[in-house]
Ligand binder design. Structure first.
Ligand SMILES: Cc1ncc(COP(=O)(O)O)c(C=O)c1O
Length: 401
């Protein structure tokens, strides 16, 4: 009998964090490794946000705060939802957690009973199915292939809904594909949900601001106000504001759900860091002009990576609307042999080969629930990306039939 709880057997450690740690270990051991596994911007947190944190410390904002967020931050979040999404939330409808991850965790733990189903389109962000499993729910995975730009169709959603369905998790722009739903595409999905009043939507809008080529972001409760009472609109400052280490995420939703989530948080972490909350107020209320500046650089990098990967034999890479990831198919490498004579059978074999042969660390598609693909994060310097793509091209050219 093991000392550890059985619930841990249901989940696995985050594969994206595992790749990042493996790349760091190889680097520390002196290998020339380029890590394309991490999901965080390489840009630094803007100075005005850092200054707000320093001012908060000097002011003495170093004590416990209300469990699920300070009044100042909740006010800033309400203003953000109104300004950017046309959504009216009152402060009592807002929850703030230690990263977007805690908001998702709280929502699922506070609502799922054993056997409740949660629909998750694949490829998905690695944590969704595991959090559902921890909460004793059942993930229902809908594979969404490259032929529909990795997006779920209305009829696929309709067919997956059962009387046990509790939530649909939507993530647009997506980690790992960068795919984002247009207004019309999202409307087709919200129309399906209108027919099934027992199904709630958990929309993960983490990459809202990272969209390119004039794409217009929208979110379910904005597109279909009739869903407002059964939607948790989740977001955070980690990605757009380059604040991954500060750990602030938030959500807006019906008050009884928000209260239940606060109850759970009150018996786990209590409030998120008081200093990070003060910084997040400045992030949301302060100047936003660095966002389009970063996006211009991200778009150039996306185009560079898509173009170079499409020149690699055996790979095809879709050009996504947003986030900072691409999700190329490596189906043309499956069945080929490496110079060492090993046959590539899976996307996991392919990324292991990339790391071994060329020192490029990427994450295999199986981790995100759709193979044979791999994820590259292009939130890294342009020269480094060019070098990484040249190495990937070389690795692909070295494969033999
Ligand atoms: C789609 C998605 N949702 C949520 C999160 C969690 O964000 P946070 O770092 O704020 O917990 C991430 C982070 O990688 C993400 O990619």
């Amino acid at each position: 009998m093991t000392f550890l709880a059985q619930r841990l057997d249901r989940i696995k450690p985050s594969p994206t964090l595992a790749v990042t740690m493996k790349a760091s270990a190889l680097k520390a051991a002196g290998r020339d490794v380029i890590g394309l596994g991490a999901g965080e911007p390489d840009f630094n947190t803007p100075e005005n946000i850092k200054e707000a944190a320093i001012a908060a410390m000097r002011r003495g904002d170093t004590k416990y705060t209300d469990v699920d967020g300070t009044p100042a931050l909740k006010k800033a979040i309400c203003a953000k939802f109104k300004r950017e999404n046309g959504l009216d939330y009152k402060p009592e409808q807002i929850t703030v957690g230690t990263g977007g991850k805690q908001v998702l965790f709280n929502a699922l733990l506070a609502t799922l009973n054993p056997g409740d189903e949660v629909i998750i389109p694949a490829p998905y962000w690695v944590s969704y199915p595991d959090i559902v499993l921890l909460a004793e729910g059942t993930p229902v995975i809908i594979p969404c292939g490259q032929n529909n730009q990795f997006k779920m169709r209305a009829e696929e959603l309709d067919a997956a809904i059962t009387p046990k369905t509790k939530w649909l998790i939507l993530n647009s722009p997506s980690n790992p594909t960068g795919a984002a739903y247009s207004r019309a595409e999202l409307k087709a999905l919200t129309d399906v949900l209108l027919k099934h009043p027992h199904v709630w939507v958990l929309t993960d809008d983490m990459y809202e601001h990272l969209v390119y080529d004039g794409f217009e972001f929208s979110t379910p409760a904005q597109i279909e106000p009739k869903l407002y009472d059964r939607t948790l609109t989740m977001n955070g400052v980690s990605k757009a504001y380059c604040m991954t280490g500060w750990r602030i995420g938030y959500g807006g939703g019906p008050q009884h759900l928000i209260k239940a989530m606060a109850k759970l948080q009150s018996q786990s972490t209590s409030n998120p860091s008081s200093i990070s909350q003060a910084a997040a107020v400045e992030a949301l209320n302060g100047p936003q002009d660095f966002i389009p500046e970063h996006n211009k650089i991200f778009r150039e990098r996306r185009d560079l990576v898509v173009e170079m990967l499409n020149q690699a034999p055996g790979l095809t890479c879709h050009r996504p609307e947003g986030a900072f990831y691409v999700y190329p198919s490596c189906s043309g490498t499956i069945g080929k042999k490496t110079p060492q004579g090993k046959v590539i059978k899976t996307d996991e074999d392919f990324v292991a080969y990339l790391l071994e042969a060329e020192g490029v660390a990427a994450v295999h598609g199986a981790a995100f629930g759709l193979s044979p693909f791999f994820r590259i994060s292009y939130a890294t310097g342009t020269d480094v990306l060019r070098d990484a793509c040249t190495r990937i091209q070389r690795a692909c050219k070295a494969l033999k039939d």
